[in-house]
Design a binder for this molecule. Sequence first.
Ligand SMILES: *Cc1c(COP(=O)(O)O)cnc(C)c1O
Length: 234
Amino acid sequence: MAASIAENLELVRHRIAAAAARAGRRADEVELVAVSKTFPAEAVREAAGCGQAIFGESRVQEAAAKIPELPGRLAWHFIGHLQKNKIRKILPLCSTFHSVDSLDLARQIDRIADELGLFPTVYLEVNVAGDAAKFGFSPEGLRCDLEAILSLGRLQTAGLMTIPPFTEDPEDAREHFAALREFRDELAERTGTPLTGLSMGMSHDFEVAIEEGATSVRVGSAIFGRRRAAKPAG
Ligand SMILES: *Cc1c(COP(=O)(O)O)cnc(C)c1O
C-alpha cells in the first residue's frame, strides 16, 4: 500500500533530522531537493502544499513543460547531465545546476547566463569512485580546471556533487561520500574558496550522505513513490 506524498515527506524530514543529529549537525544544514522527474505537476503541487519548496528535474524537455505550470515561488534545481545545446532552454527555469561535469560546459553556462542576465548556482560533479559509466570530473581533472571555473563571473560555485555506484547496502556509499568531502577540503585549502556545498545522497543512501557531510540531498522515490520508467516491470 503506497503512503501519501505528505506522509513520505514527513518521514524523509524525520530521517534527515535524525541523521544530522547523529553527526552532530543541525537539520537545517541539510537542504532537501525533492526530485520530481517522471512525476506530474500535480505531485509537485501536493508536496509544495506540505511546505516543500525545492524540486529537482533531470530532463530538459520534461522540466520545460512542467515548471511553467507550477507556482513561481518554487525553486527548481537541474540535477541531470546537461547537454550544451539545451543550456539556453533550461537556464531561465532553474536556479541551481548539480551536475556541471566539464570546464567546457561551465564556460558555456557562464556565457549564456551572461547573455540572459542570470547568476546560476552550480555544483561540480566529481566521479570519486572512478566509475567508467558515470559522468563527472576526475579528481585530477578538477584540480586542473577549478581555478578556471572559479574565475567565471556568472557562476556561483556552491561546491561538489557525486553519485556513488549503486549497491544494495547504502553503507557501501560511505567511502565515496567521505572521499568527496575530503576532496572538497583539499580544494578549499588550495584555492581559498570554501566550496561549502556537498550535493550527495539519494533515496537509498541520503542518511549515510548526511552523516558524511551532505548539505543537499536529492530525494525522489522516497517522497513520490517508485518511478514507473525507472525499472523494468517485476
Ligand atoms: C533520479 C535522481 C535522484 C533521485 O533518485 P531517487 O533514488 O529516486 O531518490 C537523485 N539524483 C540524481 C542525479 C538523479 O538523477
